[in-house]
Design a protein around this ligand. Structure first.
Ligand code: PLP
Length: 420
């Protein structure tokens, strides 16, 4: 089969493909696999009940059922949902949004594809511009989203050693320089894979730097406020018209609905809507209709703050306690869990690569994600051993599976160190 450069690039093996393949096969297979790889959120009973009740109301309303299943939305997304969301964010944070500041996409993953390629790549002036990730490790799903190679550049973080077993990555502002070949900044907050939450100071400084350079600052809030609010530290929400804030309904508990939300200045929202029309005609209505009541009443905020956030915080602490037991005696660290649904483990001076560790764990029925995938834009920094010493673990699936998985990870890590 003869493929175009686009065909070659997008059909080749990518980290995100491996991750989603593992995820789909493990979860669909039903069996006994400890699935701690992909980013599937937990099945939280209160969220599932809210969705069940909402579905029932839709089924009892022929008009709503028709809107959910029988009508193409405009390319910007479901109008009533967008208007309610603008009102909610204005009420909650004192922002000054109108519906023209919000576009929906089929999952925030597709928003990143559109946004990245809208800003970076070859410009009409023939010059190549890149997306700058101020801090790696960063989300694996960005890594292959550029239409051309060499699309990202990233800065190695500073490492703060906290009380054992914790450490925390910080943006290294001394090394962060926005040159004129940078098209936009992008960070996830909370960060996938590490559970890091950039401090307010870090976010403010990045915002100032982006504005000074005249480039947009993409803030990925897939786990952030006001929903799903999986943040365990104090972190203020942040938006202005230079920020492109991306949110999602996935981590609240609706990953199958594929609903992403982009909040940006009007010209960006217009551009995104036009691109959406070409790629998708319209955005799927399912997620917007499912979350409509929660957004209109504002109940999505207490559901996130009082149910979703504490759920993950508790699960994170349980997973840390299990790892402390399972890894005792090894030179391991855990990134301070400040949010999101993962633990990021660092095995200092591990004699095998994280890929080998991943393969050994998979053979034992435990799926994690090897850490080396999470360094997009750092191809030149292969000499940094840290890249090969980390794994990402999703702790949100059934507690007994997670406990078993952590036990097996402990055994394999002990075995690997013993090989040195
Ligand atoms: N951003 C981050 C940081 C993520 O972890 C994910 C999914 O795991 C996404 C974006 C994409 O999520 P979705 O396309 O389900 O909205």
């Amino acid at each position: 089969m003869r493929l175009s450069a686009f065909g070659e690039k997008f059909s080749s093996k990518s980290g995100i493909l491996q991750l989603m393949d593992d995820l789909g096969n493990a979860l669909a297979g039903g069996g006994d696999i400890a699935m701690m790889g992909g980013g599937n959120p937990a099945h939280i009973p209160e969220v599932e009940e809210a969705m069940r009740q909402r579905l029932e109301r839709i089924l009892n309303s022929p008009e709503e059922l028709r809107r959910m299943t029988g009508i193409y939305d405009p390319p910007q997304g479901e109008k009533a949902f967008i208007a309610s969301l603008a009102a909610l964010l204005n009420r909650e944070f004192g922002w000054d949004l109108t519906p023209e500041n919000i576009a929906l996409t089929n999952g925030s993953q597709s928003a990143f594809f559109l946004l990245f390629n809208m800003f970076a790549g070859y410009g009409t002036d023939g010059r190549m511009r890149r997306i700058l990730l101020p801090l790696a490790p960063e989300y694996i799903g960005y890594a292959d989203a550029g239409l051309v190679p060499d699309f990202f550049t990233a800065v190695k973080p500073k490492i703060d050693y906290l009380e054992r077993p914790y450490f925390k990555y910080r943006v290294d502002f001394e090394k962060l320089v926005i040159t004129d070949d940078i098209a936009a900044l992008c960070v996830s907050r909370p960060t996938n894979p590490t559970g890091n939450v950039l401090t307010d100071d870090e976010v403010h400084t990045l915002d100032l730097m982006a504005r000074k350079a005249g480039i947009p600052f993409i803030l990925d809030c897939a786990y952030g406020t006001p929903f799903p609010d999986i943040i365990f530290t104090k972190a203020s929400p942040f938006w202005n018209d230079n920020i492109v804030m991306c949110m999602s309904l996935s981590k609240l508990g609706l990953p199958a609905a594929r609903t992403g939300i982009v909040i940006a200045r009007k010209e960006i929202v217009h551009a995104l809507s036009r691109m959406n029309a070409i790629m998708n005609l319209a955005t799927g209505s399912f997620g917007a209709m499912m979350a409509m009541d929660l957004v209109q009443t504002g109940d999505i905020i207490p559901l996130s703050r009082d149910v979703v956030k504490p759920y993950y915080k508790k699960r994170a602490m349980e997973a840390v306690a299990l790892f402390e037991e399972a890894l005792k005696g090894t030179d391991y660290f855990i990134h301070k869990p400040e949010g999101a649904i993962f633990l990021w483990l660092w095995f200092r001076n591990l004699p095998i690569s994280s890929q080998i560790l991943y393969e050994r764990l998979k053979a034992k029925g435990v799926i994690v994600v090897p850490g080396h995938y999470f360094f997009p834009g750092m191809a030149d920094d292969k000499a940094w051993p840290h890249r090969e010493e980390c794994i990402r673990v999703n702790y949100s699936q059934a507690p007994d599976l997670v406990a078993r998985g952590i036990g097996i990870i402990g055994e394999e890590v002990h075995r690997a160190y013993a090989e040195a």
